[in-house]
Design a protein around this ligand. Structure first.
Ligand code: SF4
Length: 195
């Protein structure tokens, strides 16, 4: 009897890790309520699970706002290169893990003179952003939570950004008028464009 590859593909089991997000019932919404995602890949021909957690990007809360208006410009070439790489990973569907303090985007700036990434004022910006965004998404945003910037979530956030309801954290930021102009321009040219 010939082996039917089409049938095999239909019947191929998903990795057992795919049935749960950190012990919860499998559900895409789990990602939106903060569970840690794990491998969802199909089992290979030998039914071996890769047993890997999905990679996550560490992001501090106020950068959830800044990324909405990222046009590929920034403080230094190294900062821009790193930022663009991170945004590309998010565009490919990688989840975010929320962190306190400096995050992946901050890394190239941490040794720069006058680096503000560890300042209490920036941590306050994070707390304000997390509170506002949590209201829009209808879920808590705390350290260790997972956020997936899919198209719908991004649309919610950009609408809220444009109408000002999540902009309290932007008060005092030197880029405020530029980001407002980008929002008025309906985020044209912005790099964050998830699947
Ligand atoms: S105004 Fe500042 S804090 Fe607000 S999104 Fe722009 S860069 Fe980020």
């Amino acid at each position: 009897m010939n082996f039917d590859f089409r049938e095999a593909r239909v019947n191929r089991m998903r990795c057992r890790k795919s049935t749960a997000y950190a012990g919860q019932t499998c559900c895409p919404v789990a990602l939106l309520i903060g569970e840690v995602p794990v491998c969802r890949s199909e089992l290979g021909l030998n039914d071996v699970c890769c047993d890997k957690r999905v990679m996550t990007v560490s992001i501090r809360p106020h950068h959830l706002l800044c990324m909405l208006t990222y046009l590929g410009k920034g403080y230094t070439p190294a900062f821009v290169e790193n930022y663009s790489t991170i945004v590309q990973r998010l565009n490919e569907g990688e989840p975010i893990e929320l962190v306190e303090g400096p995050d992946t985007l901050c890394q190239p700036m941490l040794d720069e003179p006058g680096c503000h990434c560890r300042n209490e004022s920036v941590r306050n910006r994070d707390r304000t952003a997390a509170a506002d965004i949590a209201l829009v998404l209808g879920r808590p945003l705390e350290k260790g939570n997972s956020v997936v910037l899919d198209r719908q979530t991004l649309s919610f956030l950009r609408d809220a950004f444009a109408n000002g309801s999540i902009r309290k954290a932007c008060q005092g930021c030197e880029w405020q008028s530029m980001c407002s102009a980008i929002a008025r321009n309906e985020f044209r040219g912005c790099h964050l464009t998830p699947p």
